[in-house]
Design a protein around this ligand. Sequence first.
Ligand code: IPM
Ligand code: MG
Length: 368
Amino acid sequence: MIKIKKKKILLLPGDGIGPEVIAEVKKIINWYNQKKNLNFEIDEDLVGGCSYDKHGTPLTDEVFYKALESAVIMLGAVGGPKWDTVEFAKKPERALLKLRKELKLFANLRPAICFKQLVEASTLKPEIVSGLNIMIVRELTGGIYFGEPRGIKPIDNGERRGTNTHTYTSSEIIRVARIAFDLAKKRSNKVTSCEKSNVMEAGQLWKEEVQLLHDNEYSEVELNHMLADNCAMQLLRNPKQFDVIVTDNLFGDILSDQASMLTGSLGLLPSASLGAKNKDGEMRAMYEPIHGSAPDITGKGIANPIASILSFAMALKYSFNNDKESENLEQAVQAVLDDGFRTIDIMSKGKKEVSTSQMGDAIISKLK
Ligand code: IPM
Ligand code: MG
């Protein structure tokens, strides 16, 4: 059993714009070390395509062990067209999936918040999205992403068959639903659970277990069940009806991408992947922007670091239990947006266009 070092933060910038945005997070961590003596211990290493290029694997054992002893992993992004032809088991994305699975990071929190300064950036009408604040809780270590059997095999008639298995156990459903109910209690007290119970047994089990947990322990929280396809539609029709959405790995992947676009820019949205607490109350966690590696803008110094910086704000809150500094950082981001600073992805007329590092510096200058 590898012990978690309470103050250890492992930076895994990864590929594409990952290194550019994580560099800004590093500046912020250093600020906290210098100005607030928070004593974070930083380490940094390779993950994804860059690791494959150097070591022939997207995640070396050495980095994996570093991850195991870290309280927090700050991940940038993995993947890109350069590695499209790499064999499946060595694709950059496998590193991410291995970290999620082996560190047991079963609860993925993906907030979709529409910043008041950026209401116009959404493709939806302002009245539909202004004030939007949804939390998607995506199950992250089960379902069709990991179910067995899986694979591609030749079959008798000369064709091949690709197989993946969608499977959930009661405990996998209950532990993630519990996270959703606990979060809802601190928000607007409403959970929408999404599945396809009309066509899948695993979906029916999902619905039953969430309902049972609700009736036994969380009856004060409002619970609604919704079919995942309907949820996709409702997110566009009337997204403000949602508070917390809890759903499985695959639906969560899709619905969170959809929800993110309601907010105008992928460049702003953080995420947290949390494990279970051990008997000492410690847990492993990984934080990452949801925007991905963005190969088209890599190396230009124009990527928006806000999603990564807000991911660190989530780390302050969920891993370091420091709500005060988490809010401080979130407010610094707001203040910079109020001042009109914009990276190109959120640029609009009359605002000041800034680079990745200028945005990072501006946010630091607002920290109290
Ligand atoms: C995400 C991504 C990943 C996923 C990929 C990169 C493996 O789309 O985090 O949403 O499918 O989970
Ligand atoms: Mg995705």
